[in-house]
Design a binder for this molecule. Structure first.
Ligand code: NAD
Length: 439
């Protein structure tokens, strides 16, 4: 049993803290957001993450998981503190490190004994050294500490499973003893542990996310070529994916990546490269193709609706950036809603869990009660998020509720030929109906 503090109770901090508590450690999570901490103290999760609420309550009841807004309280007996605060995009695409700076300063002021500071936030290469400088300068009196980088690779929507079953844990530090102690913390996960230096660990995170984003943009480029040439990208991806050198994951063509990680991390890596005099042309292409996929949706809707979107009622199926999360940061649906409204369309949307978050940031979008309510009177539907509940809809009922049976499937959840035979004017990404009556 170790005493662990976790700074930041967002998607990463809350799942990290809760999982370490579940592994038998004594964990105190800190956040500067008093509302979040008040909710957590009542045993309520401020985010939707499958399995997380139950795990929080179980570990609170067992006395292993605590929440506070006080760094002093959290660090009183802590051996380790994980920094899991946000690192959003700055104006030029660089990572905005203001929250990391604040957390480091708070740690420096509150620590009373030697501490291992573990950075889990995704931060530019060199940030570990910068954090060490901040702590050293902000300490009222010198106390030993070490900074370790331990980037996070979990996915929202399966964060608990991913944390408990990682493909690897990456640990970077200048201090071999501190790195060894962080490795010990992760031993119960029985996974590969990669020990390296601080900068390499930080780069492994960016390179991994940039590679996955590249895979997504690659298959989206192939999808658009498939449309022109009459090939089916789903089958192309399947045919490619059996090749072990390629692998089948991240080859689903669609509206592109979103969320709080890929968009900002690819931009931040591009920015780091530019600042240091290199030409990140591949990363730029990845970003451009991703943006083009949002335009692909608007283009197809416009074309199917006779060349004009003005006054057309369009329903967005799914608003979260991916299924099983309520996270709407950089969600394709919200960017597309904006683009559609710019052309005069009336946009509504439905999502099983993300609507409260949408209502906070987009006051213009009409929120429907379910997919059928969304379809009622709509001129067209656009699938933005591949929620399972959309795969089992009564499609004939959906069609009959619509003003026009137009469906653009931005996530390829339906079969083109079946949709055409049901009477829809249907477009998928990189999939042309083989049936000659297709739209
Ligand atoms: P988030 O925005 O959901 O949560 C960040 C939390 O930090 C917020 O609750 C905020 O109030 C809190 N905070 C800000 N300043 C603080 C401070 N000084 N002290 C204590 N708390 C503070 O962010 P997130 O999605 O959990 O991401 C955190 C980091 O992890 C980012 O760098 C992100 O890139 C990285 N990451 C995220 C994911 C993911 O799936 N979301 C996956 C891997 C890595």
């Amino acid at each position: 049993m170790r005493n662990i503090a976790v700074a930041g109770t967002g998607y990463v901090g809350l799942s990290t803290g809760t999982c370490f508590a579940d592994m038998g450690n004594n964990v105190t999570c800190i956040d500067i957001n008093e509302e979040k901490i008040a909710m957590l103290k009542r045993g309520e999760s401020p985010i939707y993450e499958p399995g997380l609420s139950e795990m929080i309550v179980r570990n609170m009841k067992a006395g292993r998981l605590h929440f506070t807004t006080s760094y002093e309280e959290a660090l009183k007996d802590a051996e380790f503190i994980f920094i899991c605060v946000g690192t959003p995009s700055g104006v030029d695409g660089e990572a905005d490190l203001q929250y990391v700076r604040m957390a480091a300063e708070s740690v420096a002021r509150a620590m009373t004994h030697p501490l291992i500071v573990i950075n889990k936030s995704t931060v530019p290469v060199g940030t570990g050294d910068w954090v060490a400088d901040i702590i050293r300068r902000s300490q009222p009196e010198p106390i030993d500490f070490s900074v370790v980088s331990c980037p996070e690779f979990t996915r929202e929507g399966s964060a608990i499973y991913d944390f408990m079953n990682p493909d690897r844990v990456v640990i970077g530090s200048r201090d071999p003893e501190a790195a060894e102690r962080v490795a010990q913390l992760h031993l119960p996960l029985r996974t590969r542990i990669i020990m390296t230096d601080l900068r390499t660990a930080e780069m492994i995170k960016y390179a991994s996310n940039a590679f996955l984003a590249t895979k997504i943009s690659f298959i989206n480029e192939i999808a658009v070529i498939c449309e022109k040439l009459g090939a089916d990208v789903r089958e192309v991806a399947e045919g490619m994916g059996f090749d072990r050198r390629i692998g089948s994951q991240f080859l689903n063509a669609g509206l592109g990546y979103g969320g709080s990680c890929f968009p900002k991390d690819v931009k931040a890596l591009e920015h780091m490269a530019l600042v240091h005099g290199s030409h990140p042309s591949l990363l730029r292409a990845v970003i451009d193709i991703n943006r083009d996929m949002r335009r692909w949706a608007v283009y197809n809707l416009r074309e199917l609706l006779g060349g004009k979107l003005d006054g057309k009622r369009i329903g967005l199926m799914g608003l979260a950036f991916k299924p099983n999360t309520d996270d709407i940061r950089e969600a394709p649906a919200l960017e597309i809603a904006h683009m559609l409204r710019n052309e005069g369309a009336l946009v509504s949307g439905y999502d099983p869990v993300a609507m409260a978050n949408v209502a906070r940031v987009d006051k213009q979008i009409r929120l429907a009660e379910d997919a059928y309510d969304l379809a009622a009177g709509a001129d067209a539907l656009l699938v933005c998020t591949e929620w399972n509940e959309f795969k089992q809809l009564d499609l004939l009922r959906l069609r009959d509720l619509m003003a026009q049976p137009i469906l653009v499937d931005g996530r390829n959840i339906y079969e083109p030929d079946m949709m055409v035979s049901l009477g829809f004017k249907y477009r998928g990404v990189g999939r042309v109906p083989r049936n000659a009556n297709g739209a």
